[in-house]
Design a protein. Structure first.
Length: 573
């Protein structure tokens, strides 16, 4: 929690505390004035004393009211500004994550940490600036001033208040782990709910509505049980404290009445002590609220710090991309890779080169490491062994921004963002003109359906759900074509296209990007057959490297892929 507090505006927090002290001081002094007014004014029937002391009490009340308002405003401003900064810091850190960090945290957990956890910390800070200092002031100040009025009547506080504080901290000890379980359970609820929303078509198709409902219900019931248990323990504190302080008030009234009857105490003194009893009870009640918020805030702060303090697995390089035409544009030099925690490498000893203007197609069975190879090229992961070089410079030494600017990627999963077609394409090249955007759409054979809708202002719904799979793929291709890059990478980016459209786009790619290198990951022979070189992967190893005619005549794995696709065509016919 200390690391998060350092992010606050300390000067504004101190100002809020000053107003809090003014409020507490005024509130604490009013019962003393009450006792004085009754003893000196009411009992003595002195109207002048009543008006004078009453005026002072009114001044203190107005000062307390003004200080409370200012404290509330500044506390809210400090806490909500902290929440704003935390959400921005978390989002910025997450956008800097590589795939290594995303493999450690689920998307649902990251969402919970950026919303619910930040809200818990924000609420704790706001409550702390309002009540954390007010509580001990009311407790200690109330007992001290009450003791000044009547040491005999105040002695009962010395037993009850430490007992209540002890019970509060015992409850705090037992509820803290429960709140950690609650936050983890919220992660799971978000994950199941998110899976249900994104996979609703599959759930309907296989009649799994009841199964998914029961899965959500089980987790929701677990969360409910933990919540009931933790809040029951916390809610026990308030009525117990009210009972204890009520008994104290009864005892003070009983003994005070005896003192008044014997003439050893004035009635105003008793009323003042009872008023301080109410303030002490208020301090205890505030303590209850703080005790209930601290465990949640601490757990949430720890979860937030797990994100903010996480060292990035990939460190940014310092070199710009060299312009060296005498070296291959791209080279894999004995590259091996293994996922964190895995027992064996995804692939081993991968070596190949790609020069400017050349195209390299990568083909292989499912799970052979094709997408992982593309992820290494874009440095979403770091290689386990070997080097990947761009114009002879290791990608690990290059600035991340420079490396990503040199690569235009169409990932395996078609990703579109809420907005318009123009918005989505300009992600690749923000300063592009409409003419350039239309040219990119033409290269991707996406002009027809965009013009048929609302042109570049055609709305794109969440995840591009208002487009078919082939249309989304062509829009993603157009976005990549719009960017001027040294390497164009297509990770199975033609799978949703018919053979005719695939062939036309391949032709456009060859004619319009002849200076750039092209990396094409594909499953279809028709997509890769015209590449300058074809790299065949099988079980993480290169088992073929050459042109289509050579591999078709000599490579067994490539022949198997060709044969399987020929059989599929025959069966379809």
């Amino acid at each position: 929690m200390g690391k998060i507090i350092k992010r606050m505006s300390i000067s504004k927090a101190l100002i809020a505390i000053v107003f809090l002290l003014i409020q507490a001081g005024c509130d604490l002094y009013i019962p003393t004035l009450t006792a004085k007014m009754i003893n000196q004014g009411v009992v003595a029937a002195d109207m002048g004393a009543i008006l004078q002391i009453g005026g002072i009490m009114l001044s203190f009340s107005l000062a307390s009211f003004a200080a409370a308002l200012l404290n509330t405003y500044i506390s809210a401003k400090v806490s909500y500004r902290l929440g704003n900064d935390l959400r921005e810091a978390i989002y910025k850190k997450i956008t800097a994550f590589s795939n290594v960090e995303f493999d450690r945290f689920s998307a649902s957990s990251l969402i919970t940490r950026n919303t619910n956890d930040v809200t818990q910390v924000q609420s704790l800070v706001e409550m702390g600036l309002k009540f954390l200092i007010l509580t001990p002031i009311y407790l200690i100040g109330g007992m001290y001033l009450s003791f000044r009025l009547s040491p005999a009547l105040t002695s009962s506080y010395l037993i009850v208040v430490p007992l209540l504080l002890g019970i509060a901290f015992v409850i705090f000890h037992f509820t803290n782990p429960l709140f950690e379980k609650m936050q983890t359970s919220i992660d799971n609820l978000n994950r199941i709910f998110k899976e249900g929303l994104t996979g609703i078509k599959v759930i309907h198709a296989f009649n799994k509505e009841e199964t998914e409902y029961q899965r959500y219900k089980t987790e929701n019931d677990a969360y409910t049980k933990v919540s009931i248990r933790s809040n029951t323990m916390l809610n026990f504190l308030m009525p117990f404290m009210s009972l204890a302080m009520s008994l104290v008030t009864i005892a003070i009234t009983w003994f005070g009445a005896g003192f008044i009857d014997s003439g050893s105490m004035e009635i105003g003194t008793l009323i003042g002590v009872i008023a301080y009893t109410s303030q002490i009870l208020m301090g205890v009640a505030l303590l209850t609220n703080i005790v209930s918020s601290i465990p949640r805030g601490q757990v949430s702060a720890r979860r937030i710090n797990e994100i903010l303090d996480l060292p990035l697995a990939l460190t940014d390089g310092s070199q710009e991309i060299p312009q060296n035409p005498d070296t291959p544009l791209l080279a894999f030099d004995h590259v091996s890779f293994r996922y964190e925690g895995a027992e064996k490498n995804v692939f081993e000893d991968i070596s190949f080169t790609v020069n400017q203007g050349e195209s390299l197609a990568i083909i292989g069975s499912t799970g052979s490491g094709k997408t992982t190879l593309v992820n290494l090229l874009s440095r979403f992961y770091d290689v386990t062994a070997g080097k990947i070089k761009l114009f002879g410079q290791s990608t690990n030494d290059l600035k991340e921004e420079a490396l990503r600017n040199a690569i235009s990627l169409v990932p395996q999963k078609n990703t579109l963002f809420f907005g318009t077609v123009r918005d989505n394409l300009l992600i690749a090249q923000p300063e592009a003109t409409d003419e350039q955007v239309w040219q990119a759409l033409e290269l991707a054979k996406a002009t027809d359906f965009v013009q048929a809708a609302n042109g570049l202002e055609t709305a794109v719904e969440k995840n591009g759900d208002n487009f078919s799979g082939g249309q989304k793929q062509r829009l993603c291709l157009a976005r990549a074509f719009l960017k001027e890059a040294a390497i164009y990478v297509f990770d199975d980016s033609f799978s949703a296209l018919d053979f005719k459209t695939d062939a036309l786009i391949q032709q456009n790619l060859k004619l319009n990007f002849h200076q750039a290198a092209k990396i094409i990951v594909a499953q279809r022979i028709a997509t890769v057959r015209h590449a300058s070189r074809i790299l065949v992967l099988n079980e993480g190893k290169i088992v073929g490297y050459g042109i289509h005619e050579e591999l078709a005549a000599e490579n067994a794995v490539y022949q198997e892929i060709m044969q399987s696709q020929t059989e599929e065509k025959g069966a379809a016919a």
